[in-house]
Design a protein around this ligand. Structure first.
Ligand SMILES: Nc1ncnc2c1ncn2[C@@H]1O[C@H](COP(=O)(O)OP(=O)(O)OP(=O)(O)O)[C@@H](O)[C@H]1O
Ligand SMILES: [Mg+2]
Length: 705
């Protein structure tokens, strides 16, 4: 392509294309360029630095943009003037490897993707200041021009004066991964993004909402100025406590759903889970039922048990084979009779009830006695036949069983419905967020009632003994006190997690929590926030989106493993759900972690953007390469040498993958690296050995010993 005089392109030419293969290019540098830095009108240009950009004119006013991913030098032998092949002094051939990223059209913003490829011998040009701006600065495009803005995140370490800006919406509405070794700048970057997002253009983003799981207790200071309504005091913190914006916070066990409680108490599926479920449900029911209708709840329980029996019977009746079926069906039938007598007993207890409820009870009795009659008939029928030969059940018996079920089932359902609605009972399950006294989990009576519901009670009693022991232990262990204490109601708890109206940043400081309590806390909190968003009015779920920041995510968001603990599994699943579904409910994630291979791949694969700081371990780099799109992988080779705060920003929020020196946050998080030389001087403060030991002993005083 002929150089155009007006733009002075030939001035900017640094070499020519020597090979093109899909998005990869090589450029042979002009042998006259001896230095890495080249002067051209207005500025200096770094020619061969990895991460720099070169432009290739592919059509009039149309430039393909490539990023330098490698450089090499070899020697060539050139024929001398007489065309002989005498050996000359080595002529250096310097070659740049580039990946194509997108196109720049005259006076227009950068467009990702390339429609016209450079051909062999196309000149490689250094970008002008204006072109760099268009490459590294995001500009919102129609039709979203008024809905998005550019968020400055830092400057390019390659083009020193050039600011790097990203799409505000893209960065904060989809999961963002911040990865890097310890001390590489992750926490600083998180704080910098938060401050940038909240302070951009004054108080415009006054409704921003960041919820930080602050595992190291670093963000109090950094977010103080962003939460004017709730100034965060730097007070001393107690062990095993959680603090939200500086004040103690509890997440009592009644806020857990059944799955979380099963994991918390390590209940084994087969025998302990059904009992635990019953106990939890009873505790919640007791809490919502007003005194006069408690009796009705028992009625409901009996009806439910009858319905369960009918369900099993219907399954057995459909089954035509096997004596086991016969045994089971017979057993279920006697349970049904037993429960039915319970119902009768209940109905006979003439407790003082309001008229309306008495009436329902009378109806219930009528239905019940009709059912009893059928059950009796069936029993008679059964005794007249050879019951053990159920597997060769005569068609008329089988028909009778079905009819019996068909007759009784809808009646029980109707009774249930009536009791619930007319008696004013609330449908409560083991998952309902109904507050109950956590100490209630230690009641013997509740367990006895729960166990009596199940067949083979004696064995269950034995299995449940270990569960009860565990419950007692956990409830008296100080390390779990966040889950045991606390008297706030559900609304207040959720309200504190989301912060007051003008708290743009909610810092949930979990730094004093025990290592094994942390995943449970994070899991329940994560579920809370997603459930809350998901329960928003349809059509309004994306109103005032929230961003959840997961610091040190490798502690509670690990990849799936066969031997993972119940808590880790729970929190992994909670955050994987947020990563997959959060976007449509207006909930995004920022995940900061030291090792990509220690974080759930499901979550990382949902990240639309990554900020990658220094990573030294080659295995980690290789692992990370697999997550990234092919075009960006070559860039990762520079990761081991990045300085603190220097990172590679990759994803849909930036026009092009870009090296960025992230803006230093002000105030900075309390994550400073110790300075031994200064700190070990004679007059400096000493480590509080005594205080540390006493708080350690206090922690283990009566709890976990
Ligand atoms: N953008 C930045 N500008 C200036 N200095 C920075 C920047 N980022 C990091 N640093 C320096 O690096 C130090 C460590 O940074 P930071 O605490 O963010 O690391 P980290 O990656 O979060 O480490 P860890 O994994 O241990 O939490 C900071 O105390 C600061 O001195
Ligand atoms: Mg950190």
């Amino acid at each position: 392509m002929a150089p155009t005089a007006d733009t002075g392109r030939d001035e900017r030419e640094v070499g020519r294309v020597t090979s093109v293969s899909s998005y990869r290019l090589t450029v042979l540098l002009d042998p006259r360029i001896r230095s890495q830095v080249r002067a051209y009108p207005q500025r200096l240009g770094v020619v061969t630095q990895i991460g720099g950009y070169l432009l290739f004119p592919v059509a009039p006013g149309d430039l393909a943009v490539g990023i330098i991913v490698g450089a090499s030098e070899d020697e060539s032998i050139e024929p001398d003037a007489e065309r002989g092949m005498t050996l000359q002094l080595g002529l250096a051939r310097r070659i740049l490897r580039l990946n194509l990223l997108g196109q720049l059209f005259e006076d227009r913003s950068f467009v990702p993707g390339v429609s016209i490829y450079p051909t062999l011998d196309t000149p490689a040009l250094l970008p002008t200041e204006d072109e760099l701006k268009r490459i590294l600065e995001f500009r919102p495009q129609e039709p979203e021009k008024d809905e998005d803005t550019a968020l400055p995140v830092g400057v390019s370490p390659i083009y020193l004066r050039q600011e790097v800006t990203v799409s505000y919406n893209d960065l904060l509405s989809r999961p963002l991964g911040i990865i890097g070794n310890t001390g590489s700048g992750k926490s600083y970057s998180v704080a910098s993004f938060l401050q940038g997002a909240c302070r951009l253009e004054g108080a415009k983003a006054s409704q921003a909402k960041f919820i930080i799981l602050d595992i190291n207790g670093e963000y109090g200071k950094a977010s103080r100025s962003l939460s004017s309504a709730e100034p965060i005091e730097e007070t001393s913190k107690d062990l095993n406590r959680v603090y939200i914006n500086g004040s103690p916070f509890f997440l009592p066990l009644w806020t857990f759903n059944l799955t979380e409680l099963i994991a918390f108490f390590e209940a084994s599926q087969a025998s302990q889970v059904p009992v635990l479920e019953r106990v939890i449900t009873s505790l919640r029911e007791e809490a919502v039922d007003p005194e006069p209708v408690r009796d009705l709840r028992r009625l409901i329980h009996v009806v439910d048990q009858c319905l369960e029996c009918l369900g099993s019977l219907s399954a057995y009746a459909a089954e035509q084979q096997g004596t086991a079926v016969a045994d089971n069906a017979s057993e279920v039938l006697s349970y049904l009779l037993q429960h039915a007598s319970g119902l009768e007993e209940l109905a006979n207890k003439r407790v003082h009830l309001p008229e309306k409820i008495k009436q329902i009870k009378a109806e219930g009795e009528a239905i019940y006695s009709a059912g009893l009659k059928t059950v009796d008939e069936y029993r008679r029928m059964r005794s007249s036949k050879d019951w053990t030969n159920f597997n060769r059940m005569e068609p008329n018996v089988s028909k009778a069983v079905r009819k019996f079920i068909e007759d009784l089932e809808p009646k029980f359902h109707r009774l249930r419905q009536d009791v619930m609605t007319k008696g004013g009972l609330r449908e409560v399950t083991a998952d309902s967020p109904v507050k109950f006294d956590v100490r209630g989990l230690e009641q013997d009576a509740l367990f006895h009632i729960a166990i009596s519901r199940f067949r083979g009670q004696e064995r269950i009693q034995e299995y449940v003994a270990t569960l009860r022991l565990r419950i007692h232990r956990q409830l008296s262990d100080k390390r779990w006190s966040v889950f045991i204490q606390g008297s706030e109601d559900f609304e207040t708890i959720i309200g504190r997690v989301c912060g007051s109206d003008d708290a743009r940043v909610v810092v949930i400081d979990c730094s004093m929590m025990a290592y094994d309590a942390l995943p449970f806390f994070c899991a329940v909190l994560g579920r809370f926030v997603l459930d809350l968003r998901a329960h928003g009015k349809a059509g309004e779920r994306t109103v005032q989106p929230f961003v959840l920041v997961l610091e040190e995510a490798h502690n509670y968001l690990r990849p799936r493993r066969e031997d993972e603990s119940a808590g880790v599994q729970l929190s992994r699943e909670a955050f994987e759900r947020i990563a997959k579904e959060g976007r449509k409910f207006g909930l995004s994630l920022i995940i900061a972690s030291q090792r990509p291979s220690d974080v759930s791949a499901t979550v990382l694969s949902q990240c639309a953007n990554f900020l990658v700081h220094r990573i030294q371990n080659p295995d980690d780099i290789d692992y990370f390469k697999k997550i990234l799109p092919t075009g960006s992988r070559d860039l990762l080779d520079q990761l081991p040498i990045l300085a603190p705060g220097d990172g590679l920003l990759i994803g849909s929020a930036v026009n092009v993958p870009a090296r960025v020196q992230i803006k230093k946050p002000n105030p900075a998080p309390s994550s400073a690296t110790p300075k031994p030389w200064q700190a070990w001087q004679k007059d400096k403060q000493k480590f509080g050995l005594k205080e540390s030991i006493s708080s350690w002993l206090q922690d283990h005083g009566d709890g976990s010993s």
